[in-house]
Ligand binder design. Structure first.
Ligand SMILES: [Zn+2]
Length: 325
């Protein structure tokens, strides 16, 4: 039986159950938090307890796994996630490696690599592979997938190097990839093109935030490569309201694409983009941007739009399992 690494250790893929394929526990900058959060808007014990409550609530809805693409650039800090996972027994948390940048590399990778000041193999690849095969820092927790970004600026030199390093780490380990894309600039297309040229198995790629688009031609072009569409920002109505996200998924299901979509919210228990009064700000800006919107509202709306129970099962259970198999 194939297993996948989770925060609490390996789990058989058949036991992943209903899986939300793109949820953060926390989005922070560790430097922001350490220098401005502590003693001000960040209360470690409160935030850990709050996350345990919110994640147990989504587990109570029937969700068995969340896939958390929080990497460097979004404040990955695994010891805190381990504390939380220990108190959320009915939910598996799968964590990621990779890099979140819309443009430039962190300076720590700028001068080291093939043909650079320090001429050496790309250290990003070594770092990503180590996270996947040995574990992240000294936590013993292994990442199970790779994350990168192609945003509105497209394949800048920094973004291109990250994507190539992610592709190489995928080729060495077989780990699936989630690429954050901008649906308004259709950046999923150059992302998949680059991965294809690097020899990536596109059946192992999730085009994150594809669900911000209602352009069926764009979405089918992505899915026809074998990649999976991340319909993963339910509740972020400012990018695309729920009713339109639902209509787009229903249209794609009618055209036979239920096996190429996964569902999620891209939510978080806390996000330091709005550090003061996070929950109140979230409630004001995007009241449905929470882990249970899909189970509370979206699944019924999909059913009303003609999406079958079997298709929902595909998007929530079968497709995630396939990606990690
Ligand atoms: Zn995200």
């Amino acid at each position: 039986m194939t297993t996948v690494s989770t925060v609490r250790g390996p789990v058989e893929v058949d036991r992943l159950g209903q899986t939300l394929m793109h949820e953060h526990v926390f989005v922070t900058s560790t430097e922001h938090l350490d220098n401005y959060g502590k003693g001000a808007w960040w209360d470690e014990e409160f935030r850990v307890a709050d996350a345990i409550t919110k994640l147990n609530a989504v587990a109570a809805k029937g969700v068995r796994t969340i896939v958390d693409p929080t990497v460097w650039g979004l404040g990955r800090y695994i010891p805190r996630i381990q504390r939380i996972a220990a108190e959320v027994p009915d939910l598996h948390i799968i964590v990621a490696t990779g890099l979140y940048t819309f443009d430039e590399l962190p300076h720590q990778y700028e001068h080291r690599g093939p043909g650079l000041l320090i001429d050496m193999p790309d250290p990003m690849i070594e770092d990503f592979v180590r996270d996947l095969t040995e574990g992240i820092a000294d936590t013993g927790v292994k990442a199970a997938f790779l994350k990168c970004v192609v945003e509105h600026k497209g394949l800048t030199p920094g973004v291109e190097r990250v994507c190539r390093a992610v592709a190489q780490a995928h080729l060495r380990t077989g780990a699936p990839i989630t690429v954050h894309t901008n649906s308004f600039t259709q950046s999923g297309l150059p992302a998949l093109d680059l991965f294809a040229k690097e020899g990536v198995n596109l059946a192992k790629v999730v085009v994150g935030h594809a669900g911000d688009s209602n352009d069926l031609d764009y979405l089918m072009k992505l899915a026809d490569t074998g990649a999976t569409l991340g319909m993963d920002r339910f509740g972020l109505d400012l990018y695309n309201p729920t009713a339109q996200r639902v209509a787009t998924i229903a249209a794609l299901c009618r055209r036979g694409y239920a096996d190429r979509m996964v569902l999620s919210h891209d939510a978080a228990c806390f996000n330091d983009y709005f550090p003061e009064a996070w929950d109140e700000t979230r409630d004001a800006l995007a009241p449905n941007w929470r882990y249970d919107h899909i189970h509370d509202d979206v699944l019924a709306a999909l059913t009303e739009s003609g999406v079958t129970g079997e298709q929902i099962e595909r998007m929530l259970v079968f497709n995630p399992r396939q990606l990690f198999s």
